[in-house]
Design a binder for this molecule. Structure first.
Ligand code: 5GP
Ligand code: ZN
Length: 115
C-alpha cells in the first residue's frame, strides 16, 4: 500500500468525496474547506510538487490538470463569478501534502493578497 495520502485516495484505500475524474486526474472535496467550493485537483500519478510535475511532463498531463480545474469550476457553478487556483509548492507556501494538487476555491469573494 502506498504511503502517500493522495495516492491512497486515488487507489480507493482512503475515502474522499469525488467531484470529477478524467483519465489521468481526480478531483476531490477538501476535507477542511476554506470556501463554499474548495476542491483539490490531483494527477493520479505521484509527483511531490509542481516543480517535479513540470520537470517530468511537458504538456499533456499539465494541460489535462488545468482543463480539469476549469471543469471543476463549471461543475460547481462558480466559473461565471470567478474562482482562484492555488498550487502550494514547498515550505514557504505551506504545502502539507507532498502530492501535487491544485486548490480550486470559490463561491465567495476571496481576499488578495493571500497571507
Ligand atoms: P496543501 O497545504 O498541501 O496545499 O493542502 C493540502 C490540503 O489537503 C489541505 O487543504 C487539507 O485540508 C487537505 N487534506 C488533508 N488531508 C485530507 C484528506 O484526507 N482528504 C481530503 N479530501 N483532503 C485532505
Ligand atoms: Zn502520491
Amino acid at each position: 500500500m502506498p504511503e502517500c495520502l493522495f495516492c491512497r485516495i486515488v487507489s480507493g484505500g482512503v475515502p474522499a468525496s469525488r467531484v470529477l475524474e478524467s483519465p489521468r486526474t481526480l478531483s476531490i472535496r477538501d476535507i477542511n474547506p476554506e470556501a463554499p467550493t474548495h476542491v483539490l485537483v490531483l494527477p493520479k500519478e505521484h509527483y511531490p510538487d509542481l516543480a517535479a510535475l513540470a520537470a517530468a511532463d511537458h504538456g499533456s498531463l499539465l494541460a489535462e490538470l488545468v482543463s480539469q480545474v476549469h471543469g471543476v469550476a463549471e461543475a460547481e457553478g462558480i466559473s461565471g463569478r470567478g474562482y482562484r487556483v492555488v498550487f502550494n509548492t514547498g515550505a514557504d507556501a505551506g504545502q502539507v501534502v507532498p502530492h501535487v494538487h491544485a486548490h480550486v476555491l470559490g463561491g465567495r469573494g476571496l481576499g488578495w493578497p493571500p497571507g
